[in-house]
Design a protein. Structure first.
Length: 147
């Protein structure tokens, strides 16, 4: 059975409370439940993790090649600052989709820079919580075409 890893970075644990005008009112627990339902329906494995700690995200990426066919990464603010996350992704042979709830290209100038994009197979942004479902579909399609 294929298994995917969904990683969420800093402050995403506050979804539903944090800037609802930007990120909506759906909580991370709601998103996790939606992803688990979709994974069950598609008969794939799914691990869902959130951490405010950059090192914990890096450690999980390092271990992913032993357990997961692909990664969906919503790195939050680390997208725009973390060369270490970029290097971790480049160091493992696991396809990664970069994901954002908001359209980072329509926001502040600094959010338009992504250290994840150069090492990701693609980027999904601006679709809110629905982006997770899109990312699962896109990752599975990529895996079917490339494995």
């Amino acid at each position: 059975m294929k298994s995917i890893l969904v990683l969420n970075g800093p402050n995403l644990n506050l979804l539903g409370l944090r800037q609802p005008d930007v990120y909506g009112t759906v909580t991370l627990d709601n998103i996790k439940a939606q992803c688990e339902t979709k994974a069950h329906d598609l008969k794939i494995g799914l691990e869902f993790l959130q951490s405010n700690d950059e090192g914990a995200l890096i450690d999980r990426i390092h271990k992913a090649s032993a357990s997961h066919a692909g990664i969906i990464l919503n790195a939050g603010a680390y997208t725009h600052t973390s060369i270490a996350l970029m290097d971790a992704i480049a160091s493992v042979n696991v396809p990664v989709i970069e994901l954002h709830l908001s359209n980072i290209h329509a926001r502040e100038e600094f959010r338009k820079t992504s250290y994840i994009a150069p090492v990701a197979i693609g980027q999904i942004c601006g679709f809110g919580a629905y982006g997770y479902s899109l990312a699962i579909d896109a990752l599975l399609s990529y895996l079917e075409q490339n494995t």
